[in-house]
Design a protein around this ligand. Structure first.
Ligand code: GCW
Length: 845
């Protein structure tokens, strides 16, 4: 950002802008991406702790070494203490056996569960002793991080005597990195692992990432995309993968990879990839052996097959169990596992078939196979039956597999939830799913207990988080890192609350000041409901462009195609009838108690109503509001809540790191503007479709709004925006490429009362190009800015519709009186026509 843009955007004076720009530049140079920018800053500790700073490992393993290094670094940073004389005692790290041997006579727990740890503060021969003991060295490493978390969050150490162990064995993140360095559904730069078809030379970021993952208990990382995975089994690539495994090993994070089920043909040159073919079996066995020779601790493989164009066993009339088992048998001797994804569905469904239903697919395909999977196969199930939606019921498949290991797949990267440009803390959503009771076998079976293996007595199970980090600060937005943190903490212990995790994260990342912690946590907890309120309603599927960016609104994109993310709206109503009696029968896939609840309109929870039933716009909800009135109200409420997030953050000024403050402040300002665009798109679309007015008169009426298409235009031409709902009134203006003018102008005459006003300009910031804008009154420029953010799409639409608000030179508004002219001037760039939707004039007070 230039200084002038900074000044324009933030309404600050030139000198402050200069200093901030310098700080940004220095900041970028000083900290290329490191894990220390995340929750491992070790800066927010309470300033003292009773953990002795003399720290040693009792054994010689690599992970104990990592643990000691981490403790030394963390304790010293948080307490300011230097390694002291032995009179102040010591902290030791080891396995339980090592502790027993080193401190004979000390009372130690008889046993620790796998990867568990014991933290103990005691006195040994008159000197303080803190023990970090693991069931093995990996447990000791987790224990070290836990001890550091306790120091950073100000825990009481006086009676420290804690035993913990992970709730489930599989705690992995999945990355969707491609060999060319592009991260699918990643919003934060290129791959930390791959570039140009190869593993990167510099894997320091892979090590740093592993450290972050280990700190929250994650033990596996699948590094490549589930799509197009065949090249990863080429011999050269396996060598590279072995280097990644080496880079992550000191932190106990085991490598996993995605494999293409057609590899025997694509890589091995066989005529077939039929999983029951003996040559195919032999090929997999040999390939797996080849991998383990180089990566002896490979955690396992993930498979996406017969889904979204990926090849699979269906080509040969074989089942997912056949495909999973051929891999499982090859992996079993090495201790590896297969994560077979239940995300298998036909994406060529017939929209006109009222019985067709993508939500049914996973259960229809996998339930009949229960009991047929090898013991080292885990079926990996997305939390909902469709696809990482902001609101969607729990997948019934969790209750449909009793003799099969299960893992839940969550998404850390915010594919359908604002792509890290919007603040959405996901732990409350995940908790809702994990705590959900499916009532299988007419007893309590919570999702978290199913994946822990408890409900159906399974040896394996776990949680997978699709993370998709990149080189641009992992998840890009600093607050989005709370999601990565929360994922690990919940996989370790799904009984933690979203609030508790938020507080832990804030204390470690931002500040331990109670007011800061309370404010940030309130914002985090409110952020998911807020996002839902301005982007959807009552369990509709996503209203984004489902075949494109998954970001801005595009209501029609989900309809009339084979993808099955339908909401089936028309002039009379909206929603999918998934009942057994009259619909697709999906609700009958749940155990009887739930099936009954979802079958009936009266008992279906309203936040899932339109997922299960097609309802008239005039249907009255429990509140007495009609569905359409709810649509209007909730979207206006959502935009107010989005603005409120920014107001909350503003109270932190001067209390937190200034760079973080400004970064998030700008993000929240953008989000509040984008929420308005979402609101208007949805409200105007369904208002037009239903023809039912808003009882509060807001739909279709925008006080203070002056449309660009109604302005006096010079160089600008009126355009239709696609989809129409993404522009106010469906139209915008764009510079006419055939015009000789270098800039284009839109001018309005102000006819309201005299006073001070904030003027918002809604414009389109196209990808890969930089247009410039200025706003002025009566021929004098007030402010200028560049459309240089990074949004999806090369055409003007809701992906890139952006709001810039001018608050006047002193921040108290722009003075206007009747007859004044307001003018926006756009300077296009070769591929960005400086398109403009409207301006909106709101009283400054
Ligand atoms: O949500 C969808 C994504 C695809 C992804 C797929 C999946 C990797 O849009 O990009 O493919 O899910 O989970 O397999």
């Amino acid at each position: 950002m230039s200084k002038k843009q900074l000044a324009a955007r933030w309404g600050i004076d030139f000198m402050t802008a200069f200093l901030l720009a310098a700080a940004f530049a220095a900041g970028t140079m000083a900290h290329a991406q490191t894990e220390d920018q995340a929750w491992l800053r070790y800066a927010g500790g309470p300033g003292r702790s009773t953990v002795p700073v003399s720290i040693r490992a009792l054994g010689s393993s690599e992970m104990e070494h990592s643990a000691v290094q981490e403790l030394q670094r963390g304790i010293a940073a948080m307490t300011g203490a230097q390694p002291a004389n032995s009179g102040q005692g010591e902290t030791v790290v080891g396995t339980l056996d090592e502790v027993r041997a080193a401190f004979p006579g000390l009372q130690v727990p008889a046993h620790l569960a796998a990867h568990g740890f014991w933290l103990k503060r005691t006195v040994w021969h008159g000197r303080p002793l803190v023990i970090v003991a693991g069931s093995n060295e990996h447990g000791a490493l987790f224990g070290a991080f836990d001890l550091l978390r306790r120091v950073a969050t100000g825990a009481d150490f006086s009676h420290l005597d804690a035993i913990e162990s992970p709730a489930m064995p599989i705690r992995w993140v999945d990355e969707w990195d491609n060999a060319d360095g592009v991260v699918t559904r990643g919003y934060d730069g290129r791959s930390i692992f791959f570039e140009g078809g190869k593993v990167r030379d510099d894997l320091s970021e892979a090590t740093a990432y592993a450290r972050l993952l280990a700190s929250v208990g994650i033990n596996g990382c699948n590094v490549n995309n589930v799509n197009d995975a065949a090249p990863f089994l080429e011999p050269g690539m396996i060598k590279g993968l072995a280097r990644i495994a080496d880079a992550m090993r000191p932190w106990g994070v085991r490598l996993a990879i995605s494999v293409d089920i057609a590899s025997p043909q694509k890589v091995g040159g066989l005529k077939t990839f039929d999983p029951l073919d003996p040559d195919v079996k032999a090929w997999w066995t040999a390939k797996v052996n080849e991998i383990y020779q180089q990566i002896p601790d490979l955690a396992g493989v993930t498979v996406k097959a017969d889904s979204e164009g990926q090849p699979g066993p269906a080509s040969y009339g074989r089942s997912p169990a056949d495909a999973a088992n051929v891999l499982a048998n090859a992996l079993a001797p090495h201790g590896g596992v297969v994560l077979y994804r239940a995300f298998v569905y036909n994406n060529h469904l017939d929209y006109s078939d009222m019985k067709a239903d993508r939500a049914r697919a996973a259960y229809d395909i996998f339930h009949p196979l229960d009991g047929q999977f090898a013991p080292n196969v885990i079926v990996q199930i997305k939390y909902g039956p469709i696809d990482f939606q902001a609101e969607e019921p729990v997948s019934p498949l969790f209750a449909g597999l009793h003799k099969t290991n299960e893992a839940v797949e969550l998404q850390i990267t915010q594919e359908y939830l604002g792509q890290q440009r919007h603040l959405v803390y996901l732990a409350p959503l995940w908790k809702e799913k994990l705590d959900f009771d499916l009532h299988a076998e007419s007893r309590s079976t919570l999702v978290k207990e199913i994946i822990e293996g408890k409900s159906f007595n399974r040896p394996l199970g776990g949680m997978i988080g699709v993370s998709c980090v990149g080189r641009d600060n992992w998840l890009g937005a600093p607050l989005a890192m709370a999601n990565l943190y929360a994922f690990g903490r919940l996989a370790w212990n799904p009984n933690l609350s979203a609030e508790q995790i938020a507080a832990e994260w804030t204390k470690q990342t931002i500040s331990t000041d109670p007011q800061v912690v309370a404010t940030v946590d309130k914002m985090l907890m409110q952020s998911w409901p807020t996002y839902v309120h301005y982007t959807g309603f009552l369990g509709t599927q996503t209203l984004t462009d489902i075949t494109g960016s998954h970001y801005g609104p595009n209501i029609e994109a989900s309809e009339r195609n084979g993808w099955g993310q339908w909401h089936r709206d028309d002039a009379k109503g909206i929603g999918m009838d998934r009942s057994v009696a009259t619909g697709t029968g999906y609700s009958g896939q749940y155990p009887p108690a739930l099936a009954k609840i979802y079958e009936s309109i009266a008992t279906t929870p309203e936040d899932e109503l339109l997922f299960f039933h097609h309802m008239p716009w005039t249907y009255k909800l429990h509140s007495g509001k009609t569905v359409i009135q709810y649509v209007y109200d909730i979207h206006y409420q959502g935009t107010e809540e989005a603005a409120q997030l920014g107001n909350e953050w503003a109270t932190l000024k001067g209390k937190i790191d200034p760079q973080l403050f400004e970064d998030e402040r700008a993000r929240l300002e953008y989000q509040a503007g984008h929420a308005i665009m979402w609101r208007d798109a949805i409200v105007q679309y369904f208002f037009k479709e239903s023809g039912i007015p808003d009882t509060l008169g807001r739909a279709g009426h925008y006080p203070g709004r002056l449309e660009a298409e109604d302005a006096h235009l010079s160089g600008y031409k009126v355009i239709d925006v696609a989809p129409w709902e993404d522009a106010s009134g469906g139209k915008a203006v764009a510079c006419d490429p055939s015009s000789a003018q270098k800039t284009c102008t839109a001018e309005w005459t102000y006819n309201g009362h005299a006073g001070r006003f904030n003027v918002a300009v809604q414009y389109f910031d196209l990808q890969g190009a930089v247009a410039h804008f200025t706003l002025g009154t009566n021929g004098t420029e007030i402010v200028s800015w560049a459309a240089n953010d990074k949004f999806p799409s090369h055409a003007p639409n809701g992906d890139n519709s952006t709001r810039f608000t001018a608050h006047g030179p002193d921040g108290r508004g722009i003075e206007l009186k009747p007859g004044d002219t307001l003018r926006v001037e756009g300077a296009p760039d070769a591929s960005d026509p400086a398109a403009l939707d409207y301006i909106e004039i709101d009283p400054a007070e």
